[in-house]
Unconditional design. Structure first.
Length: 225
């Protein structure tokens, strides 16, 4: 899932300051699960902004909308009647959802109410852990299902940097060295030999924005090109 955290209230209040009618738009998927931008959080934020506006004697009105996913055109279309009534939309979706909302409604200012933090997992109640940097060249098969791109601050792809001590990371003795974890896991599963395969240097072209078309739809879209 994509994890996000709400921006500081002062920053949000400042971003909506120039608008009379603001739609606070939640997203019902990842940001709802991480208790940041779902319908409930959108309602709470709208109420807080409303109180702040009243205290500041500003004439502002805050409405609330929420769709299943802001990163999906079909769901975004459901917001149209509410967007039409707004001078600005404050989105609580992840960065992808906010951008797609802005793209779908080009005439309306779109504001970001959250900071997208990472792709991660729900580790415990109210706790999320980063697991993947979406590098587009996954090495998890070789590294025992532990990601060195995410867990190693130096992004070492072919073994440890040599600076770690007692299984802890050189950059932070409180953290496990990613490669100590990888080696332990591979040893446990009898796959240490796989580390002899060299992972080549990353293709920096992967730093460009990605696009993916499912093979079943390739013909449909190539016909349009
Ligand atoms: S190697 Fe790590 S960052 Fe890259 S895709 Fe796999 S899990 Fe994600
Ligand atoms: S000690 Fe391990 S995790 Fe830390 S930077 Fe070096 S290889 Fe990466």
């Amino acid at each position: 899932m994509i994890v996000a955290e709400r921006k500081p209230f002062e920053e949000i209040a400042q971003s909506v300051a120039g608008f009379r009618r603001v739609l606070v738009a939640g997203c019902g998927t990842c940001v709802a699960v991480c208790l940041t931008g779902g319908e409930k959080e959108a309602g709470i934020l709208a109420a807080q902004l409303d109180i702040a506006a009243q205290l500041g004697e500003r004439e502002q009105a805050f409405s609330v909308g929420c769709v299943e996913r802001q990163c999906d055109r079909e769901f975004l279309e459901e917001l149209a009647p509410q967007v039409e009534q707004a001078d600005a939309v404050l989105s609580l979706a992840c960065g992808a959802g906010i951008q797609f909302l802005a793209e779908q409604y080009p005439e309306v200012p779109v504001l970001a109410g959250v900071n997208t933090t990472f792709i991660g997992i729900n580790d415990d109640v109210g706790v999320w852990q980063e697991k993947c940097r979406s590098c587009r060249d996954c090495v998890l098969t070789l590294t025992g299902g532990i990601c060195p791109v995410t867990l190693c601050p130096k992004g070492m792809l072919n073994g440890p940097c040599g600076g770690g001590e007692d299984g802890k990371c050189e950059t932070d003795p409180e953290r496990d060295c990613a490669w100590a974890l990888i080696a332990a896991r591979l040893e446990r599963t009898g796959r240490l030999g796989g580390l002899e395969d060299i992972v080549p240097a990353r293709d920096r072209r992967n730093a460009l924005p990605g696009k993916q078309v499912h093979p079943a739809y390739e013909r449909r879209y190539s016909a349009h090109e």
